[in-house]
Design a protein around this ligand. Structure first.
Ligand SMILES: [Zn+2]
Ligand SMILES: [Zn+2]
Length: 350
């Protein structure tokens, strides 16, 4: 089913408003709680629905169409988009099958920063760059900020490790005028346990994993039971990488973390080396959650500069271009000052 949630007052479409933790109608500003919207949905009220694949042409190739205006929403090869705005009527559209059944997230971390706050945050951040193009700070640019939910696997593990290590202590002794260093080595056996809670792994191919690593941490205490209305008005994709595909690499890096953490527990040596380690996983849990990101693709000349913001904490990742105009101005001023100094020197020394 393709769904649009409608405002009970005026019939426009409702969008999730992060700052208020409610659904809001951009047309008449009326507000509904997510629970109320879900109740109306259970009664088949205040919602427009359509089939996910509809064959209008009779060609036998069904397309995904907007239930409000019947425009084609996406290319048939797009198998992951679950929330978007209709490119023609701008209504927030939700593709249910991509967020239900086996594809249903357990949790959503709802947007905390509204679009207005995200814009201000980008603007404030850009002030630090004195040579940032002025066009970045305009509403025309910042209005292009787009909220999107990133599908993410959250891995939790408990682990046990048995380690054999060598600790070294150096002793310096004076023998006459010379200093003699003797090294004592110690054999250390250590068994230790570790627990790692909700280690995130990006399940999306649109946003690079390295970007999500910079935007972290998210506060998972705010995780909320998933329901579709939270996605209304944003972009969202179904996971493209399964938990099974990511599990091994997460486990490997946690093994290394546990060994490093254990090593640091050992005190009183000048150096500690790991000879052998055996790590067992004693418990595991995988959860599927949607995490909020504000994205702004800043176009400068022919190039695009993507900027990302944590939709909960406001942390930003990205690089802004240097304004050619401002750079030329700085060079101009420097050149003028140097020239002035040379002229003065020439006059004094003449
Ligand atoms: Zn309304
Ligand atoms: Zn439409």
């Amino acid at each position: 089913m393709i769904r649009i949630y409608k405002c009970p007052s005026c019939g426009s479409a409702l969008e999730y408003d992060g700052g208020q933790d409610t659904m809001v109608c951009p047309h008449c500003a009326s507000k509904q709680s997510v629970q109320t919207v879900l109740f109306f949905e259970s009664q088949n009220q205040n919602t427009i629905t359509g089939e996910e694949y509809k064959d209008n042409s009779g060609s036998g190739t069904p397309e995904m169409r907007c239930p409000a205006c019947d425009a084609i929403l996406m290319q048939p090869k797009d198998l992951h988009t679950a929330a978007l705005k209709c490119p023609f009527c701008q209504n927030p559209v939700l593709v249910e099958s991509r967020m239900s059944g086996a594809a249903s997230p357990q949790y959503v971390l709802p947007f905390k920063l509204t679009k207005k706050q995200a814009k201000e945050n980008f603007r404030k951040w850009a002030k630090k760059g004195k040579l940032t193009p002025s066009s970045f700070k305009t509403d025309a640019t910042l209005d292009k900020s787009q909220g999107l939910y990133v599908p993410t696997w959250l891995f939790s593990y408990t682990m046990k490790a048995a380690l054999n290590l060598t600790g070294k202590k150096e002793r310096k002794e004076k023998q006459g005028d010379a200093e003699v260093v003797t090294t004592e080595t110690y054999d250390i056996n250590l068994t230790t346990e570790g627990a790692y809670e909700r280690v995130p792994a990006n399940a999306d191919l649109t946003i690079p994993r390295t970007v999500m690593e910079v935007l972290e941490p998210y506060d998972y205490n705010a995780l909320t039971e998933f329901s579709l209305p939270y996605l209304s008005g944003y972009l969202a994709e179904k996971y493209q990488v399964s938990a099974a595909e990511l599990e091994d690499s997460v486990k490997e890096s946690l093994k290394d973390d546990l060994i490093e953490d254990s090593k640091e527990q050992i005190k009183g040596y000048d150096s500690v080396e790991v000879n052998s380690s055996e790590v067992q996983f004693t418990g595991s849990k995988v959860e599927y959650a949607m995490l909020p990101v504000w994205l702004l693709n800043f176009q400068y000349g022919q190039k695009k500069f993507p900027l990302y913001m944590n939709g909960q904490t406001g942390k930003i990742h990205g690089k802004l271009p240097i304004s050619k105009g401002k750079l030329a101005l700085v060079f101009g001023i420097v050149f003028a000052v140097v020239l002035a100094i040379l002229i003065i020197l020439w006059r004094v020394l003449r």
